[in-house]
Design a protein around this ligand. Sequence first.
Ligand SMILES: CC(C)(COP(=O)(O)OP(=O)(O)OC[C@H]1O[C@@H](n2cnc3c(N)ncnc32)[C@H](O)[C@@H]1OP(=O)(O)O)[C@@H](O)C(=O)NCCC(=O)NCCSC(=O)C[C@H](O)C(=O)O
Ligand SMILES: [Mg+2]
Length: 282
Amino acid sequence: MSQRPYRSVLYIPGSKERALEKARGLACDAIIFDLEDAVAPDAKVEARATLRAELDKGGYGNRAKIVRINGFDTEWGKDDVAAMIGADIDAILMPKVGSAAQLDELATLIPDVDLWAMMETPLGMLNAAEIAAHPRLKGFVMGTNDLAKELNTRFRADRLPMMGGLHMCLIAAKAHDVVIVDGVYNAFKDEEGLKYECDQGRDMGMDGKTLIHPAQLAVANAAFAPSDAEIDLAQRQIAAFEEAEASGQGVAVVDGKIVENLHVVTAKGILAKAEAIKALES
Ligand SMILES: CC(C)(COP(=O)(O)OP(=O)(O)OC[C@H]1O[C@@H](n2cnc3c(N)ncnc32)[C@H](O)[C@@H]1OP(=O)(O)O)[C@@H](O)C(=O)NCCC(=O)NCCSC(=O)C[C@H](O)C(=O)O
Ligand SMILES: [Mg+2]
């Protein structure tokens, strides 16, 4: 399981120089530099050059740097990949992935970087397991706008209509130890709605949330970090289990609930995540 934090994954249009500059000082765990939907067709070629120049300038620190290219069914996709060869990035994110074969094609064009997949089509949901199993694939990003469009769902705060798809991808991601971050919350001034959706995603097992505006960062960073209460409980569970083991028992009790070795694994994961966040923030 990856302990690198992905609580807040901010999209930045590759065409917006001001936003690309601003991102160097923002408290996000990862950035998706976008060449796809956030960039108008007429601006695609220039955005690609702008983005490469900004990446070469550096200054994005420890944040994971992910570039979302255009699809290979467009005139820009393969040139986007070519423009990123040798750039200081962690991953290339392919949109609308429907099969592992699409990743094979991408993998031949760029060595040495991780591949991530936008999961946002019905075919992608159905093939989530084979996509997650691809040897270069390291992350899933849920594209809930495209998914809603493809499924003809209506917006509901509880996201009931897309739960099936979200769960199919979650299970595939967990089965293959792949990071999975939730889709965006479009109403970027609605903090309460964002918090509800972040908490829902965290409860489901998402590693973090994709975001579209800096005003959304604090909510996601808080929702996907272990809380003080979770850290305190994890420490007490580990201590109690070690004590039980030392006296020859396989089970401890903390706050009236049993603690077995599998709970200790979860507890250690919580502490490791908290440490990784501390390290990233320092
Ligand atoms: C949504 C926006 C168009 C709003 O832009 P704007 O009106 O400029 O916002 P503000 O004036 O409030 O901006 C304040 C300052 O913050 C900077 N800013 C804004 N957004 C970002 C950002 N994403 N990253 C970095 N910095 C940002 C502004 O430059 C202002 O800075 P300053 O001048 O110093 O005050 C805009 O936020 C935006 O374009 N957001 C990104 C949209 C996007 O990327 N969309 C595509 C991804 S979503 C998607 O495709 C999901 C998926 O595929 C699916 O299917 O679901
Ligand atoms: Mg999309």
